[in-house]
Design a protein around this ligand. Structure first.
Ligand code: ATP
Ligand code: MG
Length: 286
């Protein structure tokens, strides 16, 4: 089960209710995103200030993943959600570089296809959850079904609202099956989104990422923020916590997420399985 930050003595509650410096949302606490500074970075000012620690955290993740895989008894599901340009892809690239691909799978979710729409909303996500021994990363997730679906009025409120409880039950079910769940909301400011969209437009190597749909979606900024706030408040639980990660500075975002994942893996505490008995006397024949 995902647990709190490793060293509670170092964890304080900041004014907006998040624990600091891990930015975890305690259960039952509403989150006011407008009060969370997306540009904060613990006093670090430059990328190179954190590169050493980021590397340390990545190594922790790699070592612990090796044990998780060998043990084959517990798994981890990591959910990434954000506004457009929030940095889900960049996080996957930078935090998981060096992780053994054999034990890790990224699942990205777009608008559901007709077959998926003909099933209950969790069906397509459940199929992609990690098995024991594995880490699964959801690039967008079941949370779209209470976010975009709500903001764009794709289903009525009496359909999406009960999903908070269904999602909590789904995640509880996973944790009961030894799959821990942690969820990150990559928090960027509206100004930062503008800068990122402009840079995607201006840079020929980034233009492929630009979608005119991003401009349309930006008009719903406030509605999305409200939907995220309520969603995070309703679904940050003891067993499947949300983290609201300040994400204007990409290097700080990577550090915060890498730390939280490494700490969670450490809580899971995977162990190499015992060796076969009698190996002390084993010799390898010529
Ligand atoms: P991203 O923007 O995450 O980097 P992308 O640019 O590759 O991914 P898009 O097509 O922009 O892909 O994003 C996927 C789209 O699918 C988003 O607009 C998202 O809101 C939508 N989507 C995802 N899940 C659902 C869902 N359950 N119902 C409706 N729309 C969904
Ligand atoms: Mg997109």
């Amino acid at each position: 089960m995902a647990k709190k930050s490793k060293n509670p003595a170092e964890t304080e509650h900041s004014a907006n209710g998040l624990t600091y410096p891990d930015y975890r949302v305690p259960p039952g606490v509403g989150v006011d995103l407008s009060s969370v500074d997306a540009g904060q970075s613990e006093g670090y000012t430059r990328k190179k200030d954190v590169l050493g620690e980021l590397e340390t955290q990545r190594r922790r993740i790699q070592d612990l993943q090796g044990k998780l895989y060998a043990e084959n008894k517990q798994g981890l599901l990591i959910v990434l959600q954000a506004m457009d340009t929030g940095g889900k892809d960049g996080t996957i690239k930078h935090v998981f570089s060096g992780v053994n691909p054999q034990g890790c799978r990224v699942s990205s979710f777009k608008a559901p296809n007709p077959e998926e729409r003909n099933h209950d909303f969790l069906w397509r996500y459940h199929k992609s959850t990690p098995a024991v021994g594995r880490i699964g990363i959801f690039n967008r997730s079941h949370y779209e079904d209470v976010l975009v679906v709500r903001v764009k009025n794709l289903v009525p409120e009496e359909v999406w609202r009960p999903r908070f409880e269904l999602i909590n039950n789904f995640e509880y079910n996973l944790t009961r099956s030894n799959i821990s769940v942690i969820k990150f909301y990559l928090h960027i400011s509206k100004d930062e989104q503008k800068r990122r969209l402009e840079s995607r437009l201006a840079d020929p190597e980034k233009r492929w990422k630009f979608s005119s749909n991003d401009i349309k979606e930006r008009a719903y900024w406030d509605a999305y923020q409200e939907a995220f706030e309520e969603t995070i408040g309703e679904t940050s639980t003891e067993y499947a916590p949300w983290y609201v990660v300040p994400a204007n500075k990409k290097w700080y975002r990577n550090l915060v997420i890498a730390r939280a994942i490494a700490d969670t893996l450490e809580e899971i505490d995977p162990k190499f399985p015992p060796a076969e008995e009698g190996l002390e006397n084993a010799t390898i024949p010529d």
